[in-house]
Design a protein around this ligand. Sequence first.
Ligand SMILES: Cc1ncc(COP(=O)(O)O)c(C=O)c1O
Length: 381
Amino acid sequence: VSVDTLLDARWRMFFDWASISPLSNPAQVARRSHLERADRAVDPPLFLRSETARLDRLRESLRRFLTPPGDHAIVLGRSAAELLSLLAAGLPTTADRRVVLLVEPNHPVAALAWAGASRTRPIRVHTVAHDGRHLADLDALAAALDRRCLAVCVTHVTHLHGGVQPIRRITDLAHAAGALCIVDGAQATGRIPVDVAALGCDVYIGAGRKAMLAPIGTAFLSGAAEVLSMVEPSVWSTRSATLIGPDHAASVVAARPGELPARLEGNLPDLAALNALAGSTDALLDIGVDWVQAQVRRLLPYLLDGMKRNGLELQSTAGTGEVANAGIVTFAAPPTASGLDLQARCGAAGFVVAADLDTVRVSLHARNDETAIDALCREMR
Ligand SMILES: Cc1ncc(COP(=O)(O)O)c(C=O)c1O
């Protein structure tokens, strides 16, 4: 797999701000109060100490949100792409195990992270084709797994079609072959309940800026400490590493030994954005992602009906038959509209959609309701 073949012309021109959702009210409040604290702060070290303690509280909230097993650590980052790249760049290979299986359908950032890493590391990337309904082909995956496989990388909720992948079964297949299972849950977190312990995966990555209604610049992962403590840092700084010798030669640099999450959080955090993520996470814990899922399930047929009345063809197959849909659907765009124009019109009507030359993707979340869908349908006539 090469980076070039993974990116067709359409993806190159599609800059994916589109799937940004509005911020939740609790996210806005938490961000504002962080900025007020920052404006008032006269003692930078004290301010940073108290803000760092808040990040630890966010980690605790995310732990309750994701319910991982006790041996998982929570690592904060800026994007799903960053966290996938961190793993792709730093997960040790052995002479025997260096194949990464990408289970289709994936978001391009997953393929890019591993294909990008393979340019400088002894990683081989193989893609496992989907089953024709935009879900994992488990037989094909089982056939592809062998003792050379380092990891299986799979998306929990697929970004174009909203299909929910059978993660537990994929994890079991990966583990039976001695491989790790890494899950990209960027579209799942905040849209469907996620129970990392039940999914059994080794690493689960979530994103703030989609169904969690948190800002850009927020992502997180839950990962088995045993695995994460082997991952080399990507950003080397005093947060992730230490100088252990008298001079500053490369040989005396050590990643913070066993220190999670610091070892993988070498970058300075976006504190305002992470405070907002904390606001959204606590709100989602209060209302329950079960509630969000029920809301999305109720709205999905309403959306599909509205689009059908508009004569717009549904391009996704997930959700139209026996396959569960988490609330993401792609339609053929109305013939008269250009993607960006349509995106702007829908945005003005209060609905953020992702549009390219001839498709429009609608991702439902906790803040949508029938009125917003009516407005969207009017724009898409
Ligand atoms: C399934 C999935 N994974 C990853 C990403 C990329 O997320 P980020 O922008 O946080 O890197 C997206 C974004 O649309 C996505 O839908």
